[in-house]
Design a protein around this ligand. Structure first.
Ligand code: V47
Ligand code: SF4
Length: 394
């Protein structure tokens, strides 16, 4: 019988102190985060993230029944990583009418969706009323569906087109009154001015992105945060990104704590962090390879370890693939997102925008990874269901 050679990866003693701190629930420094990104002992990093994930969520793994709507791909900006955006008149450019969005909502409601997730390009000509009408139409068609919509950069764009560039609060309030429930995490990319100039010129700087989320939190809405990685950013940039998010969440949680019982309005916070691997196909950066599987696992695991105050880490199966999302459940993730149905921003299936995953496949993937599948709503409450009829467990 041949002997099995020892694993080429040696346990890294530099991880001992980090392990002790993590197990004691202490916050890791950015220097420690650098060790996690640089060590050759990636499996210990994944194990450590798994311990934290199990401490927070046990063997539960979340999914939801949702539908994504990308209302237009016409965009005033030209981010170099983006394969989705078009200029007006370009082949394939589109914008949906409010009636089309209403029809998608009816389809989602009939399929039992609890959430509609809406993002689009920065359309240069649609008026602000288009966005409030869209929310009202969804509210009217499916009053129980949670509207998670508009990245921070879209909110700033709405403030400009409604001629009140400094009144982000007013814009968010108008949308909230029209039915907006929370903000998705997109548009953050990587919080670094140099990378912004290089890869997504004209998009929001970190402070502006954080401002939009802070105001949404103050208005009682929750939100998510993303990081687009594996393009031209460095490890330092990723760590800075985590640091900025962690501080913003500390502030949100402090506000929430100090307002409880005093204010009649609940304060929001970040619910989930979603690491997004750069997918080069069709973008202006096709000469880059994008991150490989190990880099994806490591980045997700390090995010779980560094973002100690954000409860959920999502492995978005559309970008990570379902098999990778299964592995990620063992490396720090507790959520794989949902049925999605339509997704236009990145396309892996020969360019098809219909990218649907059945509930059965989502649950099977979670069970195969040896976790308990839990259907959640947008606010991470457990959903109990009988076919398309559902209610939130109390
Ligand atoms: O902001 C664009 C990214 C984001 C590419 O909040 C790309 O639950 C990879 O934010 N390769 C939109 N990424 C998607 C998003 C999201 C997705 C799922 C869940 C949630 C949530 C948020 O997609 C954009 C941009 O960062 N993106 N092009 C690309 N080629
Ligand atoms: Fe426009 Fe968003 Fe694409 Fe940038 S990433 S070009 S803002 S749609």
């Amino acid at each position: 019988m041949p002997t099995i050679p020892p694993s080429p990866v040696k346990a890294d003693p530099a991880l001992d102190a980090i392990t002790a701190k993590t197990q004691a629930g202490q916050r890791l420094t950015l220097d420690e985060g650098r060790v996690l990104f640089e060590t050759s002992d990636i499996w210990s990093v994944c194990d450590l993230a798994d311990q934290v994930r199990r401490r927070l969520h046990g063997s539960r793994a979340y999914y939801n029944i949702n539908q994504h709507v990308n209302y237009t791909n016409i965009c005033a900006l030209s981010c170099s990583f983006c394969e989705f955006s078009r200029k007006r008149g370009d082949h394939g450019a589109y914008e949906m009418s409010v009636d089309e969005i209403r029809a998608r909502t009816a389809e989602a409601r009939d399929a039992g969706a609890t959430e509609i997730h809406i993002v689009g390009g920065l359309h240069p000509y649609l008026p602000f009323t288009y966005y409030t009408d869209m929310c009202r139409a969804i509210r009217d068609e499916a009053p129980r569906i949670h509207i998670k919509a508009f990245t921070a950069v879209e909110i700033v764009h709405f403030a400009r087109i409604s001629k009140r560039p400094r009144d982000l609060r007013g814009v968010l309030l108008d949308l909230q009154q029209a039915g907006l429930g929370s903000l998705p995490g997109g548009g953050a990319e990587v919080f670094d001015d140099r990378i912004q100039k290089q890869a997504f010129r004209g998009k929001l700087r970190a402070d502006a992105w954080i401002d939009v989320h802070r105001i949404a939190h103050e208005l009682g809405m929750n939100s998510n945060a993303t990081m687009l990685y594996g393009h031209v950013e460095s490890i330092e940039d990723r760590l800075t990104h985590f640091d900025i998010l962690r501080r913003a969440q500390d502030e949100a949680l402090t506000r929430r704590e100090s307002s409880s019982g005093v204010s009649d309005r609940a304060q929001g916070c970040f619910q989930a962090f979603v690491p997004l691997p750069f997918l080069p196909d069709g973008s202006d950066l096709t000469h880059l390879a994008g991150p490989d599987g190990l880099e994806n696992l490591r980045t997700l695991a390090v995010s779980r370890l560094m973002l100690d105050n954000i409860p959920h880490i999502k492995a978005f199966w559309i970008m990570q693939t379902l098999p990778m999302s299964q592995l990620m459940l063992r490396c720090g993730a507790d959520d794989i997102d949902g049925t999605v149905v339509w997704y236009d921003i990145t396309k892996c299936n020969a360019g098809a925008t219909h990218q649907e995953m059945s509930v059965w496949d989502l649950r099977r993937a979670i069970v195969e990874a040896e976790f308990e599948p839990i259907e959640r709503d947008t606010l991470y409450r457990r959903v109990m269901r009988d076919g398309a009829a559902w209610h939130v467990a109390v």
